[in-house]
Design a protein around this ligand. Sequence first.
Ligand code: NAD
Length: 292
Amino acid sequence: MTARLLEGGPIAAEIRDAVAEDVASFIRTESRPPGLRVVIVGRDAPSMVYLERILRGCAKVGIDAGFVELEGEATEATVTGTIRALNDDPSVDGVIVQMPLPPTIRLRAVVDSIDPAKDIDGIHPLNAGLLRLGYEGFLPATAHAAVEILRRSGIEIEGRNAVVIGRSPVVGMPAAFLLVREDATVTVCHSRTTDLAAHVANADIVVVAVGRPGLITGSMLKPGAVVVDVGINLVEGRLVGDVDFASAVEVASAITPVPGGVGPLTNALLLSHLVRAAQRQADDQPVSSRGV
Ligand code: NAD
C-alpha cells in the first residue's frame, strides 16, 4: 500500500481565500483592517523565519500585521506591560508572543497578560479551559491544524482509536481534546509512556508531536492507519517530521508530509482565528459566547 498524501497547501489556500473575503468585508464595515501584533523578545533565527512567513501571509489577505520588538534583556514587567498596551489598543485584534521566551521571563505571567479575546493562538488559560469544556474559544493553531487536516480530507474520526504522541499544552493536549470532541477514543502518549509501540500498533489515527526525527516507523503502524506528523526537525539541512516517511508511507492509508502538511494549515488557521477575533470584538461578543 502507498498512502494517500494529506497535503496542507490546497486546504490552506481555501482557508486563505475565505479569510481574504472576510477581511474585505471587515474593512467595509469597520473602515480599518484587522490588526495583528507579534511580540518578539530578542531575535531568534528559526522562529523569525516562521513569524516572517506569517506576516507575509497577513499582508497578502489585507491584514495589518507587524512585530513589536523588545530586546532580549527586557524584564517580565516590560513584556507584560507591552502586551497590556496591545490589549488596550482598539486597532489590534490579535496578539501572538514569540516562543520560547528568555529563561528570566515566566511563561505563566506572559500568558496571563494576554486578553483572551485577542489570544488567537489559544494559549491563555481561559481559552484552554473553553476547549477542555467543549465550548468555542480560540484553539492553538497547530493542534487545530492537526485535526482540521483530517476533517477537511474526509478522514473518518468518530469511533476510531486515536493515539496522540506528545502532551504539550500547545500541541499534544489540545489535539487530544479536539479528537475527543470529534468522537475518537483517544490515548495520549508522552516521554514516560512505557510501551509506545503497543499503543501505536492499536491506533487507527496517529498524531505525532514530539520533535524527534524517526520516532515512529512504518513497522510500528497498524496497516491502514492515518498519520498526522506535526514534528518539525532540521536534519542535515533538511526539514523532516517525527515519522520515518519512507517506511510509514508503505503501511499507512494516509499521511501528512513534512514540510507541506500541518505547517501551511497552521499559518492559514491563525489568520482565520485573527479575523474571527476582529469580528467578535467589533460585535462586542465575549470569547465564550457560543457553545459547540
Ligand atoms: P514540546 O517539547 O513542548 O513537547 C514534546 C512532547 O513530546 C512532550 O509532551 C513529551 O512528553 C513528548 N515526548 C518526548 N520524548 C518522547 C518519546 N520518546 N516518546 C513519546 N513522547 C515523547 O514540543 P511541542 O511544542 O509540543 O512541539 C512538538 C513538535 O511539533 C516539535 O517538533 C515542534 O517543532 C513541532 N511543531 C510544529 C508546528 C507546525 O506548525 N507543524 C507548530 C508547533 C510545533
